[in-house]
Write a protein that binds this ligand. Structure first.
Ligand code: NZQ
Ligand code: ZN
Length: 387
């Protein structure tokens, strides 16, 4: 087991009706709030109105319209400007992972005098960030329990994961009933995202029985409960368990003591959504089985065997190669069965920019150091196989 140094300082307040505690929680951070949200879902589900009612007496500045794959310009820049103009004390993010990621970049940018892009690209290390509280309304990214935010800059086709321990939300409210209205498409994308977060941590050279079991159980739960959420969007028990699984996905708890994996599918997917603005979870579902096929070899086969036997219940007495191939096919079939488009062409990506994207990924993502190292040529082959 490898050394590690770990802390997640976020308080999780979970369950039906927990948002009633919001005024008490906000009290400790001050009176001036930047309320961030997306394209309007929180108004449709009555959460915006609820928050406004609960926070009477607070000074609230709003930044709405934050898009999926949140953009540096205008959202991050507008948010930073508003925080500075209004001397904001705390950011309240109400929405999905995109709103929260954008809020994290704003939180750091608001405490920095220069161009916030310096922080996102690590040219300058942030010295401080505004506190963040969130009400998460979509189970997927795990942003509510991690220190990262992913920000897109359209003009340079960049989609950068910005991680800094200053960016952990102080408090995350998780009420599964707010996820009842998440569309089938976004629910399926959320399942795929959280499954891939788990797979990215499971496929590593050095792992433990403990972490493997945690990951296997996450994957089984996500498939069982994810399917139930799709069949009955208001199944509280299924939405609740899916939400908790997603929360565990991204803050490293699944891989404490493991060797690093390099998160290769995310490295590839971030370029797809940077170039084509596709839904993150769908891009991951398309890439994952193709990446698996590409890296299956005598060095990696035992991981695939364990994955196949423990996650999909494949007969352990079969030849290893057969178990591994079945496991990859099962992965593909699961995503297909929840109606995720499984080809890049179906999400609007053709072969015209594959070379450019493969180069961009090879230069920016460091995948030659991944668990199964990927060169520019490997990345290109995975993209071609995903078409
Ligand atoms: O914008 P609104 O109107 O709110 O609608 C959103 C959006 O259209 C809608 N939605 C959210 N909650 C809803 C709802 N619709 C109905 N009912 C609700 N309760 O869903 C759509 C998608 O929202 P978005 O926030 O984009 O989805 P998600 O949470 O999947 O976030 C995706 C972003 O997170 C990044 C992705 O790359 C992508 O940019 N990631 C962030 C990570 C992190 N911080 O740790 C890790 C992930 O790997 C990922 O990269
Ligand atoms: Zn993800």
């Amino acid at each position: 087991m490898q050394n590690f140094n770990y802390m997640t300082p976020t308080r999780l307040i979970f369950g039906k009706g927990v948002v009633e505690k919001l005024p008490k929680v906000m009290e400790q951070f001050g009176k001036r709030i930047l309320l961030t949200y997306g394209g309007g879902s929180i108004k449709k589900i009555g959460l915006y109105q609820k928050v406004m009612e609960l926070l009477k007496g607070y000074e609230i500045v709003e930044l709405g319209g934050i898009q999926p794959n949140p953009k540096y310009d205008p959202s991050v820049l507008d948010g930073v400007r508003l925080c500075k103009e209004h001397n904001v004390d705390v950011i309240l993010s109400v929405g999905g992972g995109s709103v929260l990621d954008c809020s994290k970049a704003i939180a750091a940018g608001a405490c920095y005098d220069g161009d916030p892009w310096d922080l996102i690209t690590y040219k300058v290390k942030a010295k401080a960030a505004l506190p963040i509280v969130d009400i998460i309304t979509l189970a997927a990214t795990g942003s509510e329990y991690d220190a990262g935010g992913v920000i897109s800059r359209t003009e340079t086709n960049d989609k950068i994961g910005y991680i800094d321990s200053l960016l952990y939300p102080r408090v995350s409210f998780l009420d599964p009933t707010y996820t009842f209205t998440v569309s089938r498409k976004q629910t399926a994308a959320g399942i795929a995202d959280a499954m891939n977060h788990t797979i990215e941590q499971y496929f590593a050279a050095d792992t433990t029985l403990l972490n493997d079991g945690f990951c296997e159980s996450m994957l089984r739960s996500l498939m069982v409960n994810g399917r139930k959420c799709l069949e009955n969007p208001e199944d509280y028990t299924a939405r609740a368990e899916m939400m908790l699984c997603c929360t565990y996905g991204c803050n490293g708890i699944l891989s404490l003591g493991n060797s690093p994996s390099g998160w290769p599918c995310h490295g590839i997917e971030h370029a797809l959504s940077a170039y084509y603005d596709i839904t993150h979870g769908e891009g991951l579902a398309i890439i994952t089985p193709r990446w698996m096929r590409h890296i299956l070899n005598e060095k990696t086969i035992d991981r695939f065997v364990k994955y196949g036997v423990n996650v999909f219940g494949i007969d352990s007495t079969l030849p290893k190669q057969e178990i591994a191939e079945r496991a990859i096919n099962e992965t593909y079939r699961f995503f297909e069965s929840i109606n995720i488009p499984m080809h890049l062409r179906e999400v609007g990506i053709d072969d015209s920019r594959l070379d450019e994207m493969a180069h961009h990924i090879a230069v920016n993502e460091g995948l030659e150091n991944a668990y199964a190292p990927l060169t520019e040529q490997d990345i290109k082959e995975i993209l071609v196989a995903s078409l």
